[in-house]
Structure formats: structure tokens, C-alpha cells
Design a protein around this ligand. Structure first.
Ligand SMILES: C[S@@+](CC[C@H](N)C(=O)[O-])C[C@H]1O[C@@H](n2cnc3c(N)ncnc32)[C@H](O)[C@@H]1O
Length: 193
């Protein structure tokens, strides 16, 4: 199975299909973070924007979703196909390894299925720590290398839960909860120390 780590050969329509197949995860992330009408959230690495649109529905027109994406192709796709007509979504073209936008009253930060595509997950987590306030819910999900490898990316490219907990701690993020979930994934809920 090939793995396009930097997503330079990505067909964003295919990403949209995959995100749609696993759409139940968006509701799970909404429930875990507790985002609600009026919440201000940051979606790091939104891909085709399918989950971003669900977050936009959850926060409503009184809320805000900052979608931070390094790929201009993904941003163009989102603008035309998924979130372009949602005024509460702001598309931000940034590499999360280099920095993140400063946002007041940030309710939650979601980094789902993204860190295995980065060269330095620790750099991303350090920037997350910089922009999180003590109440911000930081949710990370990744594919679990201890699962069977029947769904998603190859086992050898996956980040272990222990490694991610260690990087989070190094970045100044404290673990609040962690569980395994559908589609061979696990999640961590963290907050800034
Ligand atoms: C597999 S998609 C995940 C989409 C979505 N978060 C989900 O849970 O379905 C990974 C996305 O992260 C983006 N990405 C990877 N590295 C990034 C970085 N350093 N900064 C911002 N976005 C990044 C990719 O361009 C891609 O859109």
C-alpha cells in the first residue's frame, strides 16, 4: 500500500469521499470537545473540508471555525466544494509546523489524521500550546499501529499513542483522556499546562 506523506499527489475529491465514509468521526469529535453554538474552534489540516463543514454546523453563525491548511490545492477545493458558502469558516493558508494564528477565546483545537503527514509533529504541538488557553480542548486523533492495518494507512507510518503522549508532554500539553475508536484510530484529549 503506498502512502503519500506530503499529500503532493492528492486528489481532493478522493479525500472528500474518504472523509464522507468516516463522517461519524466528526460527531464524535464534536461530542468529545463539547463544541457548541457560538464556539470558536481551530481545525488544523482540514483536508477536503468535510469535517470542517460539520464543525461549522455545530458552532453555527455565532461561532467560528479557523481551518488551517498548508496545501493551496486543499484550500481551493474547500472554497469551491465544501465550505466556501459558510461565513463562519475562515480558511487560513499556514504550515502548522511554522506557526498558527492567534485567536482569542479558542474553545477547541482539532488535529485529526494530520500529524503523520508532518515532518515534525512536536513542532505542531508546540504551536498548539502557544495558541491554546487553559480552557481550550485539544483533540488529536491518529491511526493506531497496534491495530490490524486493514483500514487506513500502512502500520509502519503510524504514530504510537505512547509517542504522541510523550511529544504532547514535551510541548506542555497535559493528557486529560484517551480512548480507541472506530476505523483503527485512537484519540487524545489534552489541555495546556
Ligand atoms: C488526511 S488529511 C486529514 C483531514 C481531516 N483532518 C480529517 O480528520 O479527516 C491531512 C490534512 O492535513 C494537511 N496538513 C499536513 N501537514 C500540514 C501542516 N504542517 N500544516 C497544515 N496542514 C497540514 C494536509 O494538507 C491534509 O489536508
Amino acid at each position: 500500500m503506498s502512502f503519500d506523506k506530503d499529500m503532493s499527489h492528492t486528489n481532493w475529491e478522493n479525500v472528500r469521499k474518504k472523509q464522507t465514509e468516516t463522517l461519524s468521526l466528526a460527531q464524535k469529535w464534536i461530542q468529545i470537545t463539547g463544541m457548541t453554538s457560538g464556539s470558536i474552534v481551530m481545525d488544523i489540516g482540514p483536508g477536503a473540508g468535510v469535517l470542517t463543514a460539520e464543525y461549522a454546523k455545530a458552532v453555527g453563525k455565532e461561532g467560528k471555525v479557523y481551518a488551517v491548511e498548508e496545501s493551496s490545492g486543499a484550500l481551493e477545493y474547500m472554497r469551491k466544494q465544501t465550505v466556501g458558502d459558510l461565513p463562519q469558516v475562515e480558511l487560513v493558508n499556514m504550515d502548522a509546523q511554522a506557526g498558527l494564528p492567534q485567536v482569542d477565546n479558542l474553545h477547541s483545537i482539532l488535529i485529526t489524521g494530520v500529524l503523520h503527514h508532518t515532518d515534525s509533529p512536536l513542532a505542531v504541538l508546540r504551536h498548539v500550546r502557544e495558541v491554546a488557553n487553559p480552557r481550550t480542548q485539544v483533540l488529536i486523533s491518529e491511526f493506531d499501529p497496534e491495530e490490524k492495518g486493514e483500514f487506513g494507512m500502512p502500520l509502519e507510518h503510524r504514530i504510537s499513542r505512547q509517542q504522541l503522549i510523550q511529544w504532547s508532554s514535551q510541548a506542555g500539553l497535559q493528557l486529560m483522556d484517551s480512548q480507541s475508536t472506530d476505523y483503527e484510530q485512537y484519540w487524545l484529549l489534552l489541555r495546556a499546562i
